[in-house]
Design a protein around this ligand. Structure first.
Ligand code: SAM
Length: 457
């Protein structure tokens, strides 16, 4: 029986500090972070534990620390012994009140699924100012005993199901040292200084084997993490085999999309590009003009809409330039907005499909958005913002084999119906999804990015 991190760390509480706080290599690493930070920096400690030693060293150097932790017991101890503000929060759903000069996530990134960890690293990048710092401490997969590991080829990481740690069994996730550096770079960071490898033996007679630790200090350099993963490609992949995408199946669940569509309907003259039945799950389509033909030639006169929605329209659009030109032509120039939805970095559906169909890959979603933003700006829609839209497909089927088959078919049908190896893609997906459903029992993520462009002021 495995335990979740909240239960695990509520039970361990002060016992964790006794075993782990006296760690000379970690202390030296945190002192090094202090030397690069501007005075009185605003810092976020993600999975702060009892606050010792990380928050204590940072606060002791005059920085303003905000610690978050999923365990109420840990937060209570941190509040009682280290200066700063501390709150009980799950890093997966945390929404920061401000941008930070730096963030630390020390030995707190294990009990996550690969999709969660991948998108969290991008979120860390969004939470830090450009030029700000991220410090991580992890255990590298290269230190693990291989007979206990499952390699996950979709995310190029290692998963250990039921790992024994401090008397409990947990499900944990590990990247290699190189994998970590690549992931950080994908999310818009550069590695600031030589990473540190260490072997640390926790205090206490029960610990006979040391744990391998790997510390990396990185600096955010990219302005828009949501346009990643970086580096961006130099051209868009040709996608002639991707046709009639229907991302909006009746298994797609998204409160964010419901709210977006609801907000659009009132008083707007709205054009939605896509199949009417794709969008019908978002109800009240009454006043909306839906057009499912090619975006490159819209059968409408100039400037008649004050909102245009283009959800997942550019994967199959060869002429992105012409399509943007057409959207701009039919949108008026006052109080109007153009909204483009594409996949977020680490979108689980896209990652799974690209991993099993390495030819005819789904295009780089961030690059599509970047090109679209450049063209929109050129045509006078230069007031651009980006935000995440949470969404997932639900698979309530009780039987695991059925769930894998149904999910594999749904995902393959969205993008790869015309792929010459369609049957093989479905079969490979079904077997990969067995591993996926071990941690996300009934869902596959389809997180998106919403680009909103308004006329330049
Ligand atoms: C191994 S301890 C490390 C604590 C501290 N960073 C240190 O180095 O002393 C990991 C901490 O991460 C927290 N944690 C694990 N998953 C979390 C999540 N999803 N959100 C917030 N905190 C989490 C745990 O509750 C625990 O306090």
């Amino acid at each position: 029986m495995t335990v979740d991190p909240e239960t695990l760390f509520n039970d361990l509480a002060a016992g964790y500090e006794v075993a782990f706080a006296n760690n000379p290599t970690l202390r030296t690493f945190v002192h090094r972070i202090v030397t690069v930070l501007p005075p009185k920096s605003q810092l976020l400690d993600i999975g702060c534990g009892t606050g010792k030693p990380v928050a204590e060293i940072l606060a002791g150097a005059g920085h303003d620390v905000h610690g978050i932790d999923i365990s109420a017991a840990m937060v209570k101890i941190a509040q009682s012994q280290v200066p700063g503000t501390y709150e009980v929060a799950d890093m997966k759903t945390f929404s920061p009140p401000k941008l930070y000069d730096g963030a630390c996530a020390i030995l707190s990134l294990f009990q996550l699924t690969p999709g969660e960890l991948y998108s969290l690293v991008f979120k860390f990048s969004e939470w830090i100012k450009v030029g700000g710092y991220l410090a991580i401490g992890v255990t590298p997969s290269t230190s693990l005993q291989t007979e206990k590991c499952s390699y996950d080829p979709t995310w190029d990481c290692v998963r250990v199901i039921g790992k024994l740690w401090m008397g409990n069994y947990t499900n944990e996730l590990f990247y290699s040292e190189d994998g970590w550096c690549r992931l950080l770079q994908s999310a818009g960071f550069v590695i600031e200084s030589e990473p540190v490898n260490d072997l640390f033996c926790p205090a206490g007679p029960q610990y006979t084997d040391p744990e391998a630790h790997y510390y990396v200090l990185a600096r955010r350099v990219e302005a828009e993490p949501l346009l990643g993963p970086y580096p961006l490609p130099v051209v868009l992949t040709p996608t002639s085999l991707i046709s009639n995408m229907n991302v909006f199946t009746d298994r797609l669940v998204s409160k964010d999309l419901e709210a977006l569509f609801e907000g659009l309907i009132d008083g707007q003259k709205l054009l939605a590009l896509g199949q009417a039945n794709d969008l019908s799950c978002y109800k009240r389509l009454g006043n909306i003009q839906v057009f499912s033909g090619p975006t490159e030639s819209l059968p409408f006169s100039v400037e008649i809409f004050n909102a245009v929605l283009a959800p997942w329209r550019f994967d199959s659009t060869a002429g992105l330039d012409k399509a943007i030109q057409e959207i701009v032509r039919v949108t008026n120039r006052r109080d109007s907005q153009i909204m483009i939805l594409q996949g977020a970095p680490g979108n689980e559906a896209v990652m799974h499909l690209n991993a099993v169909a390495r030819s005819h890959r789904i295009s780089h979603q961030g690059y599509i958005l970047k090109i679209a933003a450049q063209r929109l700006e050129k045509h006078g829609f230069g007031d651009i913002s980006l935000r995440r839209i949470r969404a997932h497909y639900e698979f309530p089927e009780k039987d695991l084999a059925t769930r894998c088959t149904v999910a594999a078919e749904l995902l393959a049908d969205i993008w790869h119906k015309k792929h010459p190896h369609y049957d093989l893609i479905k079969k490979t997906l079904a077997s990969r999804l067995r591993l996926h459903f071990q941690s996300h029992a009934n869902s596959v993520g389809n997180e998106m990015v919403l680009l909103v462009a308004k006329p330049s002021s």
